[in-house]
Design a protein around this ligand. Structure first.
Ligand SMILES: Cc1ncc(C[n+]2csc(CCOP(=O)(O)OP(=O)(O)O)c2C)c(N)n1
Length: 385
């Protein structure tokens, strides 16, 4: 059965800020225009390039999963503008607390994508060094990162820093207690934190309209947090909205909440089958609002993108995808017993017990797998052969 409860049906819809329409036309927005007035042609092209590369990387990662190279992949197709626009509004010192779907943000942050896929290949517990990129590793526990971001932002304020923390969250996460607690603390202590919510309309199989009878951005003022609803498929508007929130955070204005209205074009993860719960018409409707297509039309109509520039962008996307594939396939298998490293600063007897049990388990494989120096992937292959 497919659901029909998609859109909030409660009190007044909010103004959805937009700078580029689905047809690629530039429209004015009193609040947002000033936040992107500095962008030259190259900066606008760069936003488009980021989205093209990210989509290409996403398709490649999905293919890698289908070919058995990754155990799972959470696709972001449709959400490129939300991720690029928000990530490109941040400074290096700002600290990002992502979910598992922010692979576009990872790319914009400059981390090698092979680090992001390592988590899904099972060769890495975390992916990257958070301090290298000022970006926490993927959060699987829905909403938990909003507490981390708020706490981090409170610390920034206490230290008198001008930087901010940003928490990415989905529409489904707004149903979690952690998120409400984070918003109460953020408002109480005027923490320089941005809650960046990508409303992609589905929390696996639950539609957003079931979870919230009012627009998600409409909830934040109830906590005393100013909010904006922005067209999440409009990269320029998302950039401007995030700059608006960042300016508030840096100038002592406290927390902000942004609802980027977008759509998850693919499945929740490669283990999901969305045809079981959603209809084809809404997919078609959102396909017409594609974030890449509208930016491309806008750039071409404005004479800012020619065939040569487009071919270069396409070539870069292919190169990045090929590099990712090669790096992914060559990721070294970790030593099996390394699973127990870096768990606690001070180890305790329970961990030691688990380590010994696992050592004994590995030793039960015949004949050569007894060696704990064999990789986990190698062991998994032997166990099914
Ligand atoms: C605390 C918690 N409860 C349940 C889950 C299982 N779960 C994984 S993803 C997901 C849906 C999340 O939806 P949303 O926040 O909208 O993010 P999206 O995946 O759509 O980007 C759920 C319920 C979880 N990971 N953590």
């Amino acid at each position: 059965m497919t659901h029909s409860r998609h859109e909030p049906k409660g009190p007044a819809a909010m103004k959805m800020h937009q700078l580029i329409t689905a047809d690629g036309d530039r429209v004015a927005d009193e609040l947002l225009d000033g936040f992107v007035s500095d962008l030259d042609d190259q900066s606008l092209r760069n936003l488009y390039e980021d989205m093209v590369v990210i989509r290409r990387i996403d398709f490649e990662s999905t293919a890698l999963q289908r070919q058995g190279q990754l155990a799972l992949w959470p696709p972001l197709v449709g959400q490129e503008a939300s991720q690029v626009g928000s990530a490109r509004a941040l400074e290096k010192e700002d600290f990002i607390f992502p979910t598992y779907r922010e692979n576009g943000v990872v790319y914009c942050r400059g981390a090698e994508m092979s680090k992001a896929v390592g988590v899904w290949r099972g060769t890495s517990n975390t992916g990257w060094d958070p301090h290298e990129y000022n970006m926490a590793t993927p959060q699987i526990i829905i909403g938990a990162q909003t507490l981390h971001a708020t706490g981090y932002a409170m610390g920034l304020a206490l230290e008198g820093k001008e930087s901010l923390a940003i928490a990415y969250l989905g529409d489904g996460a707004t149903s979690q207690g952690d998120v409400h607690e984070a918003m109460v603390f953020a408002a109480s202590f005027q923490a320089p934190v941005i809650f960046f919510c990508q409303n992609n309309h589905w929390a696996i199989s639950e539609p957003v309209g079931l979870q919230s009878h009012v627009p998600l951005a409409g909830r934040a003022p109830g906590y005393g947090i100013p909010s904006l609803q922005v067209d999440g498929n409009d990269v320029l508007a998302v950039l401007a909205a995030t700059r608006w929130a960042a300016h508030r955070a840096r100038t002592g204005g406290g927390p902000s909440f942004i609802e980027a209205v977008t759509y998850r074009m693919g499945p929740h993860t490669t283990a999901d089958d969305p045809t079981r719960y959603r209809g084809v018409t809404e997919l078609e409707e959102w396909g017409a609002k594609d974030p890449l297509a509208r930016m491309r039309t806008f750039l071409i109509n404005a004479g800012k993108l020619d065939d040569e520039a487009e071919a270069a962008i396409s070539a870069k996307a292919d190169e990045q995808a090929a590099a990712l594939r090669l790096a992914c396939i060559n990721l070294p298998d970790p030593e099996a017993m390394s699973l127990f490293e870096n768990v606690y600063v001070h180890e305790h007897s329970e961990l030691e017990l688990q380590r010994e049990q696992y050592r004994a388990y590995l030793a039960s494989f015949e004949p050569a797998t007894a060696s704990a120096t064999q990789g986990v992937n190698a062991n998994a292959q032997r166990s099914v052969s």
